[in-house]
Design a protein around this ligand. Sequence first.
Ligand code: FMN
Length: 195
Amino acid sequence: MIKKIILYIPLVMYASFAFAATPNKPTSTGAQSATAPRVLIAYFSMLDGNTGDVARAIADASGGDMYRIRVAQPYPQDDKARKELLTQQVEQNIFPALSGPTPQISEYDIIFLGSPVWANHLSQPVKSFLHNNNLSGKTVIPFASHSGGGRGRVFSDVADMCTGCIVDTGGWSSWGGGRQRGIAKWVDKKLKQHK
Ligand SMILES: Cc1cc2nc3c(=O)[nH]c(=O)nc-3n(C[C@H](O)[C@H](O)[C@H](O)COP(=O)(O)O)c2cc1C
């Protein structure tokens, strides 16, 4: 019952959803230096909203490449159908198929991995991303956006799923999107820590 309430409340509060299934590839800012660690910012965000805002702030601060994780089968636009599908995916821990191509993970040293909080956990598309890609040996720094419930278990979910990765659980979390005060300093600290 409590689990249902935890899932239902944010579903009702949540107003923005992504419906796009456009093929996908990393966007380069052209700002990566030849000597510094190579950075990828991979994230899922329904309508490229809140988590997208955090991802863009991290890209601005790091000069890293951005990759938006997208589901192959777009989430329905109809509210009821979408809620039903999301509830089913979360409750049954279904990993939805993603649209390709996937980024060349071998080209990167540090991966900032972003997800909205879903029912206190990592969103299902980001679980799919971790399931589909071998990130072993990479430094993975999670970040999350939520609607007031906090980051939940998102960072520990990444640590649990990312076999062989160096997961920095001192990630960034944000209530909603918009301007991320202090994020440039945080990114700088993380890049120095993991160089
Ligand atoms: C299925 C689902 C479950 C959610 N569960 C939570 C939650 O447990 N706690 C919370 O604070 N927000 C929850 N939310 C709200 C989102 O985490 C929040 O709105 C987030 O910023 C959305 O990011 P996005 O715009 O990048 O998709 C949930 C949203 C959805 C769709």
